[in-house]
Write a protein that binds this ligand. Structure first.
Ligand code: ZN
Length: 100
């Protein structure tokens, strides 16, 4: 059986040349299309999955950063300050209720 006549489609995604001389040239992905005209790594389903994973990793990295921790600590301080204010007010009313 000959493979002649079976046209293999290439992935429709255009990609940037990776590094070196071709860096600025956009060209078609060189992988064969396997689904919906895309290769396995450029198929929207896969891209979505990967970008979700990337977003999750970025979020995790963000949460580990000192800036994030500092901001969270500041927010917590604000909450505690408000709580403290409320408790002081309560304490005042309790003291006012003391008879001795
Ligand atoms: Zn591709």
């Amino acid at each position: 059986m000959s493979e002649k006549g079976i046209k293999k489609f290439k992935c429709r995604q255009s990609v940037r040349g990776e590094g070196g001389f071709g860096s600025f040239n956009k060209h078609r992905c060189s992988f064969d299309a396997v689904k919906d005209g895309y290769c396995t790594i450029h198929h929207p389903d896969y891209v979505r999955k990967v970008s979700k994973a990337v977003a999750r990793r970025q979020e995790e990295a963000r949460r580990r950063s000192p800036e994030y921790k500092l901001r969270m600590a500041r927010e917590e301080i604000e909450v505690l300050k408000k709580k403290n204010k409320k408790l002081r007010k309560k304490l005042k009313t309790y003291r006012a209720g003391l008879t001795y």
